[in-house]
Design a protein around this ligand. Structure first.
Ligand code: ZN
Length: 191
């Protein structure tokens, strides 16, 4: 396994639409090795998720995992999930304000509106079908990662640029209010 370099905002790779992965490609040792690298890179950088495009492979794969995350200590845990060719469909039109950061956007967080309920179809890393409905902060993480596969970065979706903060100033001035709001959301809809 290897830790890969993470593309930073401004690099054109992050603005591509990633292409679908075929079943044959997914089954190849090279692709399985790539997925191991994606997971290792995400964990090394303390990400809650990482899309293949962020490590310079414009293909529709992303990894998601939340486990005692120091970048997002208030996030409910998500077991390691690999989504291949994911398709997200909002369930209902309810939205919430999520405060997001990104490994491709150094030292910036901002408030993004996300759907509360999502239907997800994808393959897992072995090509088995995934079909689930996710809610709340977990749904926010899924939307952030799948956005990357379409060349969209969270900053594109920040409606009010006055919500941008550095990580330090988020901790100092905004964290408590957001955690209170996020905790209420988790209590209401689950993760
Ligand atoms: Zn990101």
């Amino acid at each position: 396994m290897a830790i890969r370099k993470i593309a930073q905002i401004g690099h054109p790779v992050l603005r591509q639409r990633a292409r679908e992965v075929t079943r044959d490609e997914l089954a190849s040792p090279a692709m399985q090795q790539f997925i191991d690298d994606l997971v290792e890179t995400m964990r090394d950088a303390n990400g809650a998720g990482l899309a293949a495009i962020q490590i310079y492979e414009p293909i529709r794969i992303c990894a998601i995992e939340v486990r005692n995350n120091p970048r997002y200590p208030y996030k409910p845990e998500i077991p390691l999930t690999i989504l291949v060719n994911p398709v997200l469909t909002p369930v209902g039109d309810e939205t919430f304000e999520n405060n997001e950061g990104c490994l491709s956007v150094p030292n910036l967080r901002g408030t993004v509106r996300r759907f509360v309920h999502l239907h997800v179809t994808a393959w897992d890393r072995h090509g088995a079908p995934i079909e689930e409905t996710v809610h709340g902060l977990k749904a926010g993480t899924y939307q952030h990662e799948v956005d990357h596969l379409d060349g969209t970065i969270f900053v594109d979706r920040v409606a009010d640029p006055r919500t941008f903060t550095t990580w330090t100033e988020f901790e100092r001035f905004h964290r408590d209010a957001f955690v209170e709001q996020a905790t209420a959301l988790v209590a209401r809809v689950g993760s």
